[in-house]
Design a protein around this ligand. Structure first.
Ligand SMILES: *Cc1c(COP(=O)(O)O)cnc(C)c1O
Length: 468
């Protein structure tokens, strides 16, 4: 077997191994890392269909990684122990769609599927290389808690998460600040999410600081996160084929950073028989506008009831563009450079043609999202969270005869109980993990929105650790 190498979308780095790509995060030339080729797994599908989630994860990932097989297996077995469902990501038929429940992990959101794996993977890489890592990230809510849950209590890794003080939901704040493990450092910044992101970006750009403190990143530009997500596209397609005896499936994916849906795009390119990928956005519709017109122009971010999708510039979109431009990194680099100055990308689309035959794009507004939550509760007794409801609404609009529609459910409704109250008029979205947060002790530092102040916080923690 030839080991997969990783290249940058912008063509400016020498190919690196999987392990190095995980530690690099963003490619050193500013691009995003991708496997140098996409394996064709069509011949494996019949075997893979019989596998459990963890065995399938091993089969999919061993196409892409350089880890010794027994180590990869051990990492995967550990990673999914924290899920509360034996199937990890079960597929549930509701009305005439299939809901892929991705929220059975420790923080009740789909990001756990990747971040539980990434936490174990980081720990393994640090141990085997005798290294240490300080993870630094900014969050508007969901990513922070899933990252903390993936990293807490691990050897050789600390995590620093910046959130805007008082601007996340109370539930999101408690999911982060009630984690008291020594290696977890929450910092509430007196400012907005943009301030938090700006501070994190400046610290990563301070190359001396970055290397002195071995800063690492856990956001969805990390290829290992996407790889973990490719697995459930295969798993769900097989379950839908078992139930319906169809030989092709479609997926509807609520989208923010184009991470989750890009994993589906990879699964299709690997040979999974995917009829359509439905890309569903909320009112922040830059991606759905792009797939309808070929023009990509950011607008102001609007706050919605599906806050984890309130994103304009989608960090993983560059990966898709690279393939769209036939893997021409020179053209891609020009396009991204021009985007920096002109804030606009446009592709030529012939009359009557689509940007991509595989992708149907749809923007779903708040009224339709609430109506979808209400309908699914009233008709089927099934509660959708507002992010999942955006995907379900778009999925229902794109139903085709004899093609099962798999709608990705990305969070448990209890995480967004206010939207449920607005949709069905009752406070019925409950989960013991959320109810149990009230009254727990918390730990969190409060800091001004200043790069220097956050830099000092990190130095203080790391230097104290060194003297213990
Ligand atoms: C992060 C998130 C999304 C969007 O995922 P992307 O990979 O950014 O497209 C959707 N729903 C929930 C609940 C999320 O936390």
């Amino acid at each position: 077997m030839i080991l997969m190498k990783y290249i940058s979308t912008r063509g400016g780095i020498n190919p690196v191994s999987f392990s190095d790509s995980v530690l690099m995060g963003l490619a050193n030339d500013g691009g995003l890392l991708l496997p140098s080729e996409i394996p064709d797994v069509s011949a494996n599908l019949a075997d893979w269909r019989k596998m459990s989630f963890v065995d399938l994860a091993f089969a999919v990932m061993s196409e892409f990684t350089d880890l010794p097989h027994k180590d990869l297996r051990a990492i995967l077995s550990r990673s999914y122990l924290s899920f509360r469902h034996p199937e990890i990501t079960p597929l549930v038929s509701v009305g005439n769609i299939h809901v892929l429940e991705l929220f059975h992990g420790p923080t009740l959101a789909f990001k756990d599927v990747a971040l539980q794996f990434l936490g174990n993977l980081f720990e393994y890489l640090m141990k085997s290389g005798g290294l240490h890592l300080n993870i630094l990230g900014a969050t508007s809510g969901d990513t922070g808690s899933a990252a903390i849950a993936g990293i807490k209590g691990r050897d050789r890794i600390r995590i620093f998460v910046l959130h805007p003080h008082g601007r996340t939901s109370k539930t999101q704040e408690l999911q982060m600040t009630t984690v008291l493990d020594e290696n977890v450092h929450n910092i509430a910044v007196d400012g907005t999410f943009d301030d938090c992101q700006m501070i994190v970006k400046s610290l990563f750009n301070d190359l001396e600081f970055k290397s002195k403190y071995a800063l690492g990143s856990i956001n969805s530009i990390n290829w290992a996160r996407l790889l973990a997500q490719v697995v459930y596209y295969f798993y769900a397609a097989f379950r839908a084929m078992d139930i319906t005896s169809a030989d092709r499936v479609s997926f509807s994916v609520p989208t923010g950073n184009f991470g989750d849906i890009f994993a589906g795009y990879m699964a299709a390119r690997m040979g999974l028989p995917v009829e359509k990928l439905v890309l569903a956005t909320n009112e922040n519709d830059i991606l759905s506008r792009f797939f309808q017109t070929g023009v990509y122009i950011p607008a102001e971010v609007q706050a919605t009831i599906s806050p984890s999708m309130d994103i304009q510039v989608a960090s993983n979109f560059e990966r898709y563009l690279y393939y769209k431009l036939s893997e021409d990194s020179g053209r891609l680099r020009d396009m991204m450079n021009r985007f920096e100055s002109e804030r606009r990308i446009s592709l030529e689309v012939a009359d009557g043609e689509k940007v991509d035959d595989l992708i149907n794009a749809c923007s779903v507004d708040t009224v339709s999202t609430l109506r979808t939550i209400g309908d699914f509760y009233n008709n089927y007794g099934y509660l959708l969270d507002p992010h999942s409801a955006v995907g379900v609404c778009a999925g229902v609009q794109n139903l085709e005869k004899r093609v099962p529609m798999i709608c990705l459910a990305t969070a448990h409704a209890a995480k967004f109980s206010q939207a449920i109250i607005d949709a069905v008029g009752k406070d019925i979205a409950k989960h013991p993990l959320i109810d149990g947060l009230a009254g727990l002790p918390t730990r969190c530092l409060v800091a001004r929105a200043s790069v220097d102040e956050i830099r000092s916080c990190i130095e203080a923690v790391c230097n104290k650790g060194a003297n213990d």
